[in-house]
Design a protein around this ligand. Sequence first.
Ligand SMILES: *Cc1c(COP(=O)(O)O)cnc(C)c1O
Length: 437
Amino acid sequence: MELPETGREASELQAEMDARRAGDADWREGRTWSLVYHGGEDLEAVRDDAYERFAAENALNPLAFPSVLGFENEVVGMVAEMMHGESAVGNVTSGGTESIFLATYTARERARRRDPAVESPTVVYPETAHPAWAKAAHYLDMDTVVTPTDEGWRADPEAMAEAVTDDTALVVASAPSYPHGVVDPVEDVAAIAADHGIPCHVDACIGGFVLPFLDELGHEIPPYDFSVPGVTSMSVDPHKYGYTAKGVSVLLHRDKSYRRDQYYADDDWPGGIYVAPNVQGTRPAGPIAAAWAVMKFVGRDGYHTLVEEAMDATETIAAAIEELDALAVVGDPDMTLLGIESVDPEVNAWTVQRELSDRGWELERQQRPRSMHLSVMAQHAPVVDEFLADLEACVAVAREADTEEATAPLYGLSASFEEGEDATETVIDLLNEVFVS
Ligand SMILES: *Cc1c(COP(=O)(O)O)cnc(C)c1O
């Protein structure tokens, strides 16, 4: 693994990189139901060209590269408009996790600044909220109150109202939640926050480039954005259903007054006065330029097409699952995310997942309820029939298999756990094995 004494030929390295890809997840052929959002080859070419043009620039100093600043402002502006944020402002961050971290940090600082009596700024979120919320609170040393959901896996506003105290710094809803694809009752959750004069964040990381377009196409979408009073911040990830390059999320605040606490400045460094909008110091400009170029290239009509393809595929899959007596869609999803559980005691959903994996289909395993997860994207439209045929075959195989098989619901890694076992040490050990260097 050591650095070569002399540099190698570029062509040789390129050939080696391509060869090394042989074992990678096959997203290009639509066999991977998460991780890579593929919007077609024309889009890909625009994305990669923009990324490459700005691969060297640094968005750390927004004034050094007015071009990059312009791209960022326009990306944020376009997303703010999509979220009906008339006076909304924001920044590009490296991903949903960073947006969520900053939303949590901003709320903590706001709580401390506004009310020094707040002893322990706390975040209240439903159990279906993304783990980035727990991670942010962990890093920021904040307490959390995790509330139960209703039988359809949507946040329970009553439980959230009961959880809010004088220490609550932030209340969270998802639009939609990742595991079951359902939009939380944002109006009710935001009203609770507004009653207490505290911020409410809507996590539209995965829904932000689907819900507005489904809405425009006439699908019934529950209210979830800045049009709902009381929603004070939102996260939307162009690098998911926006089909842009990885490394781009948008964190929006209802207006500038809410963004104030997001920014960090240090005027006491020997090197000079330092100020940064987000966690990153050096900020890659490539992803920002690529997001700008892809969004302008695709346009509203292009997103309508991409969303419609994914939604049609989702509806076809959901209808076929209802036909298969052994499986059912979890809850009543609002967009292109499907949890698929077994409703037949003879069929273990994780065994079906393993059988599908043996046939080259990569789905995630979920634990509550025990299910498989599909993020249906534009690239899946052509493979739906093939997938459904394999799904039916895998259900038949699973029916004959040992239903007690219980491998971890752990992304791409396999380990066995008992039901209810604390698996955190085990998975951290696994990571230590995976990252060998
Ligand atoms: C993906 C996702 C996140 C985290 O975003 P990253 O870009 O993976 O950091 C947060 N919330 C929801 C609902 C998501 O789907």
